[in-house]
Design a protein around this ligand. Structure first.
Ligand code: ZN
Length: 510
C-alpha cells in the first residue's frame, strides 16, 4: 500500500526531531563539558547538522506531502478542538508550513553569511565587552543589522507590518510591533512611578546574605529544589555553566544548568528555579508528540512564562520561603535566626540597576523596553549602529534613571545582539505578563494553593500548568493557550495587580 501524505510527513517529522535532538545534545555539551580544544570541531559538527536539518525541511518531497495533506484536510476548523479527529494533523500541518516557509524563503547564501557574521559578532563582542570598547564591536553589529534586514525582506514583511515583525515572528509567532509598542508604553507608564516609589524607600536588610556560602551545600540545595518542584531526575539532569540555560532534547531528556557563586547564594537558587520552570515545561510536553512538530512550545514568551512563574511568582513568595527557608537554614547555619518574612523582604529588594539579568521583578521589564526601542530603531534604520552607545545611555537615563559608567555595563552587557538576535528581548517581558496571568488563574482554580505551597507541596500547581499549558504543545498560538487557561489574552492587568499587592503587603509588614 502506498504511503499516505500523513505517514510520509510523520516519518519526516520524526527525522527532523531526531536530528534536532542530536544538535541539542551537542550544543548542551558545548556549554558544559566540551574540552577547549574541541570547540572548532564542535562548531563544524553543529553547522553540518544544521545544514542537514535545513535541507530536510526545504526538501520538495516534504513540500509535496504537506500540500497533499492540506488538500485532503480541507479548510481549517478549530485547531485545538479535541472533538475534531483531524485537529492534530491540521495543527501539525500548520506548524510545519510555518517552519518550512521561513526556511525556504531565506537564500542559502544569506544563511551562510549570517552564520559567519554571528561567529564574528560573538568574538568581537567578547573582546569589546572585556575592554569596554564598543568600537571593537561596531563593524560586526553593522553587518548583523544589515543581514537581519535582508533576512526580514526575504521572509516577507507581514501585511501592515514592518521588518522587525518578520524577525519577531520567529520567536513569538503572530506578535507585532503595533501591539508591543502600546503595551510597553502602558507598562512603562505604571512601572516608572512604582520603581520611583520603591527604590526611594529604605532598602530591606539583606546582611545575612553576605559572607561565604559553601558551593557544595548550595548545589545540594538546588537538587532538593528540583525534586520539590517536580523535576523528574530520570528524565533530565542539572549541571553547571557560566550562563544558566535549559536544553530540551526530548520530554525524557531535559538538560538544565545553574551557576553557583559562593558570595551570592541567591544566584544558584533563582537560576535553578528559573531553568526548572523551562525544564518542567519540556518534560510536560505530551510524549505522544515527542517525534512531532507539535511537541514544542508555541513561542519563546510562553516558554519564558514558565521559568518566570517558578522563579518569581513561586520562588519570591512568602509561602514558598515559609516552606523552604528551614531547609536552606539546615544547610547554612548562618541563616538560623532569619524569619521567612525577613528573607522574603530581602529577595524582593527593588533598586535601580544597570544589568538586566540581575534586575528585580519591578524594574526588569523596563530593561526590556530599553532594548526593544533601540533594536527597533536599528532595524528601521533610524539609529546607526555606530551611535548605539550614546542612544543607549540617553534612553537608559530616561527609562531606568541611570546612565551606565561604561559600555560593558551598558549596550555591551547582553549577548543577544552579538548573535544578531533582534526581536528576542520582548519575549522576556511577554513571559512576565503571561506568568502573572497564568498564576492568577491557577490561584482562582485552586483556592488552597498558597496553603499547599506553605506546606512545600508544589504538585497541585504543576498539575494545573501541565493541564492548561504544557498539554497544548504547539497546537495553538501562545496567546490562545493563555486565553483558554485564564479567560483573557495578553494583558498587563494581572502583572500590575500582582506587583501592587505584593509590595503593598511588604510595606504593610513594616
Ligand atoms: Zn529563561
Amino acid at each position: 500500500m502506498p504511503e499516505t501524505a500523513w505517514e510520509d510527513l510523520t516519518r519526516r517529522m520524526a527525522d527532523l526531531r531526531a536530528l534536532g535532538g542530536a544538535a541539542a545534545v551537542l550544543a548542551w555539551d558545548q556549554e558544559t563539558y566540551l574540552p577547549r580544544r574541541g570547540s572548532e570541531a564542535r562548531g563544524e559538527q553543529l553547522a553540518a547538522l544544521q545544514g542537514v536539518l535545513h535541507e530536510r525541511l526545504c526538501d520538495p518531497r516534504l513540500g509535496d506531502a504537506l500540500a497533499r495533506l492540506e488538500g485532503a484536510l480541507g479548510p481549517a476548523g478549530d485547531p485545538g478542538d479535541p472533538a475534531d479527529p483531524t485537529g492534530e494533523r491540521r495543527a501539525a500541518a500548520r506548524a510545519l508550513r510555518f517552519d518550512r516557509e521561513r526556511a525556504v524563503r531565506i537564500p542559502g547564501e544569506l544563511v551562510r553569511g549570517l552564520a559567519l557574521a554571528q561567529s564574528a559578532g560573538v568574538e568581537a563582542w567578547r573582546e569589546a565587552r572585556e575592554q569596554s570598547r564598543f568600537a571593537r564591536f561596531a563593524p560586526a553589529l553593522a553587518s548583523l543589522v544589515r543581514l537581519r534586514r535582508e533576512m526580514a525582506d526575504a521572509l516577507g514583511v507581514p501585511a501592515g507590518g514592518e521588518r522587525y515583525d518578520a524577525l519577531l515572528d520567529g520567536y513569538e509567532e503572530g506578535m507585532r510591533v503595533s501591539r508591543l509598542a502600546p503595551l510597553f508604553r502602558r507598562l512603562t507608564g505604571w512601572l516608572t512611578p512604582l520603581v520611583d516609589r520603591l527604590a526611594a524607600a529604605p532598602p530591606p536588610d539583606d546582611s545575612f546574605l553576605r559572607g561565604r556560602f559553601d558551593a557544595e551545600a548550595q548545589w545540594a540545595f538546588t537538587l532538593e529544589l528540583l525534586e520539590a518542584v517536580g523535576f523528574d531526575g530520570e528524565a533530565g539532569r542539572q549541571d553547571r555553566s557560566a550562563h544558566p540555560f535549559t536544553q530540551g532534547i526530548d520530554p525524557g531528556d531535559v538538560r538544565l544548568t545553574t551557576r553557583v557563586l559562593e558570595a551570592l547564594p541567591l544566584s544558584s537558587i533563582f537560576s535553578t528555579l528559573h531553568e526548572a520552570g523551562h525544564g518542567l515545561y519540556e518534560q510536560g510536553l505530551p510524549r505522544r508528540w515527542r517525534s512531532s512538530v507539535l511537541g514544542a512550545a508555541p513561542s519563546m514568551g510562553l516558554h519564558e512564562s514558565q521559568s518566570r512563574l517558578w522563579e518569581n511568582l513561586v520562588g519570591r513568595s512568602l509561602p514558598f520561603w515559609k516552606a523552604f527557608l528551614p531547609r536552606l537554614a539546615a544547610r547554612f547555619p548562618q541563616l538560623g535566626g532569619v524569619t521567612p518574612e525577613r528573607f522574603h523582604r530581602a529577595v524582593n529588594k527593588v533598586e535601580r540597576s544597570l544589568i538586566r539579568v540581575e534586575a528585580d521583578e519591578v524594574t526588569y521589564n523596563l530593561h526590556v523596553v530599553l532594548r526593544f526601542e533601540l533594536e527597533l530603531s536599528l532595524l528601521r534604520g533610524e539609529l546607526e549602529p555606530d551611535d548605539l552607545p550614546g542612544a543607549w545611555n540617553e534612553r537608559s537615563q530616561a527609562i531606568l534613571g541611570l546612565t551606565p559608567p561604561s559600555d560593558a555595563e551598558g549596550c555591551l552587557q547582553d549577548i543577544h545582539w552579538a548573535w544578531g538576535e533582534f526581536g528576542y528581548f520582548p519575549t522576556y517581558a511577554l513571559g512576565n505578563l503571561y506568568a502573572a496571568s497564568l498564576h492568577a488563574a491557577a490561584r482562582r482554580a485552586l483556592p488552597g494553593l498558597d496553603g499547599e505551597l506553605e506546606a512545600g507541596r508544589l504538585a497541585p500547581l504543576l498539575g494545573w500548568l501541565r493541564q492548561h499549558v504544557h498539554a497544548a504543545g504547539r497546537t495553538l498560538p501562545a496567546e490562545e493557550v493563555v486565553r483558554r487557561a485564564t479567560g483573557a489574552g495578553l494583558d498587563d492587568a494581572d502583572f500590575r495587580r500582582y506587583l501592587t499587592e505584593k509590595y503593598q503587603g511588604l510595606a504593610g509588614r513594616g
